[in-house]
Design a protein around this ligand. Structure first.
Ligand code: BG6
Length: 479
């Protein structure tokens, strides 16, 4: 027992997934095509998606598409939810695929088959007393909105999104009490295609287009918060950011300042708007320096001010170390962003630097700045797993990673941080978002599915399954 602190009794222990990475059934139930459906498998997938001339079509003669079948949760959700229940999950973070509800994004009426599917999933969760925590948009924008409207740059998308949130809040008001708007909303600052629905091919999109798209998302987020509070008064709705604390490489004030600026723009800008309801002052200077002139309509700023989120959900995998002049310094690649190598940290098989203390730092930074409840909605270790001859999977490296991060959360709770819960990423193996692989596994549950497309889809419990079950049963005391 390395952790004597108490998590609150109501602490939401569980796991997290996203529709496009596990459901499969990509044509079932009249679902439309979303960005993830045109994402080829493999490490080049995001480069391909962003390349000029990419037409957002499926081309099976050239690529494989692991998200199409994924792990077939669409047909196996009962079996999977039973396994989550066996681990004692209190919460399950999942997303609704926008394209199951509005296949092209711009229809007037929702698709009943899609709505009915999530009814079945929510009912199954409630059967076991598991709270659904639902991300409304997790890198799953309808392809039609990308092609016809250029993604979130077009204000019309706000109206389509409003229709979507009204449909799901109305339908699920008695079943879902925890919501989040846009997954890792700030990731679009580095790679707009997944969240904002366009790639940067013209210089004007790098700044003007990106921030105009953000303005539309902020308006949409406030519309969602308002609708959620009106339609489901006992629900909580949060934002969701990708958080990696930025460390200065050394004590050179130039580098410290650089790290602070990176952190302001990447880590705090979106949350400042969504939590405090205002564009932060530092971004106004940034807008001026990059000739950004936002089209802000009458009433937008009042709406944003009035309808702020109730909590901050965030993903935490790693910290990031920065140096103003990188020179020949060794670089690392991580969760979307890059940085310089931190000499004090080890990295995962995919080069993501492992830093449990960074989670305590993140929780303290976020709580210190915002004083709203926090929710760690993603954290985990992508690793290769080996199935032994006797069928066991001894993923001690994953147990170590999660143990240390839970310990760091316990420390943060002792520091006074108000923490709602912890849903580790990819609680069941699924398709990796950045590299489109099955072999980059995060789960407590192994899925027999491989990068060459083979596999029976059989589910197996890893060693971490039993370990996490004890963690939950002891409310985080037994690590
Ligand atoms: C986050 C995303 O960036 O990290 C998830 O919200 C993603 O969708 C997760 O799967 C892990 O990243 P990856 O690339 O290892 O799947």
């Amino acid at each position: 027992d390395t952790n004597a602190k108490k998590f609150p009794e109501s602490f939401l222990w569980g796991g997290a997934t996203a529709a496009n990475q596990l459901e499969g059934g990509f044509h079932d139930g009249n679902k439309g095509m979303n960005i993830a459906d045109v994402l080829p498998g493999g490490k080049e997938r995001l480069t391909i998606l962003q390349s000029p001339g990419f037409d957002f079509q499926i081309d099976e003669s050239k690529y494989s598409y692991p998200n199409h079948e994924a792990i077939d949760f669409y047909h196996r959700y009962k079996e999977d939810i039973a396994l989550f229940a066996e681990m004692g999950f209190k919460a399950y973070r999942m997303s609704i695929a926008w394209t199951r509800i509005f296949p092209n994004g711009d229809e007037l009426e929702p698709n009943e088959e899609g709505l009915a599917f999530y009814d079945r999933v929510f009912d199954e969760l409630h059967k076991y007393g598991i709270e659904p925590v639902v991300t409304i948009s997790h890198y799953e924008m309808p392809v039609n909105l990308v092609k016809e409207y250029g993604g979130w740059r077009d204000r019309k998308v706000v109206t389509f999104f409003e229709r979507y949130v009204n449909a799901i809040f109305t339908r699920y008001k008695n079943k879902v009490k925890y919501w989040m708007t846009f997954n890792e909303i700030n990731s679009g600052l580095i790679m707009p295609i997944m969240g904002l629905g366009f790639a940067i091919h013209k210089e004007e999109d790098r700044f003007q287009g990106t921030f105009q798209a953000y303005h539309h998302q902020f308006v949409a987020s406030s519309i969602a918060v308002k609708a959620c509070h009106e339609l489901i008064p006992d629900a909580k709705i949060g934002c969701m950011i990708l958080f990696a604390p930025v460390y200065s490489y050394d004590s050179n004030p130039e580098n410290v300042m650089y790290a602070l600026q990176e952190e302001n723009v990447f880590n705090y800008f979106c949350a400042d708007v969504q939590v405090r309801g205002e564009y932060p002052t530092f971004i106004k200077r940034y807008f001026k320096e990059h000739n950004i002139n936002l089209d802000i309509r009458e009433g937008d700023l009042e709406l944003i001010k009035k309808h702020t989120v109730d909590y901050i959900g965030f993903s935490y995998y790693m910290s990031r170390t920065e140096k103003k002049d990188k020179g020949t310094q060794e670089n690392i690649q991580g969760n979307i962003m890059s940085g310089v190598k931190n000499p004090f940290l080890k990295a995962s098989d995919w080069g993501w630097e492992i830093d449990p203390i960074g989670l305590r730092i993140s929780l303290n930074k976020l709580y210190g700045r915002y004083q709203v409840p926090l929710f760690v909605v993603e954290n985990g270790l992508g690793a290769y797993d080996k199935v032994e001859e006797d069928g066991s999977i001894n993923d001690d490296y994953r147990i170590d990673y999660i143990r240390e991060h839970i310990h760091a959360m316990g420390e943060a709770v002792e520091d006074g941080v108000e923490l709602m819960g912890y849903t580790s990423w990819g609680c069941i193996d699924l398709v990796s978002a950045s590299t489109g692989e099955f072999e980059k596994r995060y789960g407590f549950i192994y899925v027999d599915k491989h990068d060459d497309g083979s596999g029976t889809l059989e589910r197996k419990k890893k060693k971490s399954f039993y370990w996490y079950k004890d963690v939950i049963a002891s409310n985080g005391e037994k690590l």
